[in-house]
Design a protein around this ligand. Sequence first.
Ligand code: 13P
Length: 250
Amino acid sequence: MRRLFIAGNWKMNMTAADAVKFISEIKDDLVAIENIDIAFCPTFLSVPAVSKALAGTSIGVGAQNMYFEPSGAYTGEVSPAMVAEFCQYVILGHSERRGYFGETDQGVNQKAKAALAAGLTPIICVGETLEQNEAGETTEFVSGQVANALDGLTGEQVGKLVMAYEPIWAIGTGRTASAEDANAIIGTAVRGTIENLFGSTVSEKVRIQYGGSVKPSNVKELMAKEHIDGALVGGASLKPSFVELLQNAL
Ligand code: 13P
């Protein structure tokens, strides 16, 4: 069975001082939660402080992005080895990076390969716009994103990574995909595509999160679905009630 994995994507929120204070307030409750893998993905500048605040626990730390080159003249970028010094995970291809910063499927693919080579677990995000959803293009579009992101990886590598299906229209809007719809799209466009490309042993292993307005009140229904193995949580991971969200998930 795939173990649930719930990660908080803090996006561009919380200074390092805010982050350490927040972790110290909820750490005891987090540590008491069993049978869920938990991680926080702070901004780069807060990553070392959060990693230190969580030392000695099984709670992971992830970055929200990285560059694929190992080092060199890339002003403003952070390399895989720099991320791996503090993190176990790295979010790649979040729709905000694709939408605001021009990230492409090809770039996500290069980053996925570099992250795996550095020993990181990529959390690769895919998801359609409202227009694509309403035009009935979701399955085709998301399948394409999955195939492009995983191009050239081995089945062994794919089995280790995490996918996150985040419909763009559900992010930060309070509007969640229904558990049935999310499960159906994850089952066909994400797990189904992986099965077609890498076989069922790999597709049964890979963990697939849902993201988009996950809250303490809707997490249980989503997590109960066959193909949903966790959540990538934005706004609700910035509040102490994230503990409640985690407690409600199983
Ligand atoms: P919200 O939970 O705020 O909708 O954000 C989801 C998300 O983008 C997580 O990566």
